[in-house]
Design a protein around this ligand. Sequence first.
Ligand code: ATP
Length: 359
Amino acid sequence: MSSLTVQDVTKSFGATPVLTGIDLHVPSRSLTALLGPSGCGKTTLLRLIAGFDDPDTGRIAVGDRTVTGAGRGVPARRRGIGFVPQEGGLFPHLSVAANVTFGLPRRERRDAGRVRDLLALVGLDAALAERHPHQLSGGQQQRVALARALAPRPSLVLLDEPFSSLDAALREDTRQAVADALQASGATAVLVTHDQAEALSMADQVAVMRAGRLVQLADPQTLYRHPLDLDIATFVGDAVVLDAEVRGGQAHCALGVLPLERPCPDGPIRILLRPEQVQLGERTGGTPTARVHSVDFYGHDARVLLDLPSGLRVTARLDGHTLPADGAEVSLSITGAALAFPGGSAAVPAGRAELADLG
Ligand code: ATP
């Protein structure tokens, strides 16, 4: 398997720029998720890598081999790239075995052992080999599509929102099977998704795209904990964003006085907390209080909306076992530190900010 390098790639459709100055390196045997809202250019970038379309400028290389740019243009079929489209794109009139071996030389297509190995790689029973696509579930079809993409041992596998048509339970299982198969085959992979949970849970690195630009490239934990701006922060997860004022190295805000992840000069800022940092306790003197507005129970955890006396509403994410009732008065504490971003508004009143030291 090879690495992928995208250098300064731009693409316009007519007068409309769709990709601007994209730089991306995907190390060999790793999975990168392209994450971004609808229309930000994810599929366009994937299509340029696959060779279905040409960039206006820039260079794309698979391993050491330039496939587009610098005067070269290797056709899609010669790039050694496997592609898994949104809904599998299996040939309806062919059996599973014939679908999986479609891209192989004729001699290898008759090798039943090869089909069995490829189906095992994606977690499917060899008994499915003679079925047709309409006799498979959506998740099984996606796994067959991946087996087909992996069959010719491509340098790189591209997956375009491969789980979007699956329901929630099937999506989790299929994601896991696909991640396992990619890892077992040592594949280098690029996955397009607009689902942040999918990107964070599956990828080694996540490339966040916005309006045709790549705005952050980081491993999932760094992206979630240290997003470069508040738009990225709120796109990759639920967020509590508050105005605050830095005094003496701490953030004074409606939730009290909080430590900061990184030193910050005195003045107004905005701070980011994640809902799982907000903890509830019995009401006691001296700590900030809130009234429970509502509880969305998901089983394993719950999202609790809390109204602060100032009128602000913040979100807490709590485990599903110990939940407050709607309307309950609770006290709040914060675990960990807040992340600071420029752009705070008016100073936070000292009286409220110093209600408690929550650090
Ligand atoms: P989604 O998640 O909805 O699939 P995306 O991030 O993959 O979105 P793209 O499909 O890459 O976005 O499209 C990016 C922009 O380019 C959109 O505004 C789209 O309308 C435009 N676009 C894509 N393909 C073409 C085309 N062939 N001709 C003209 N405009 C196009």
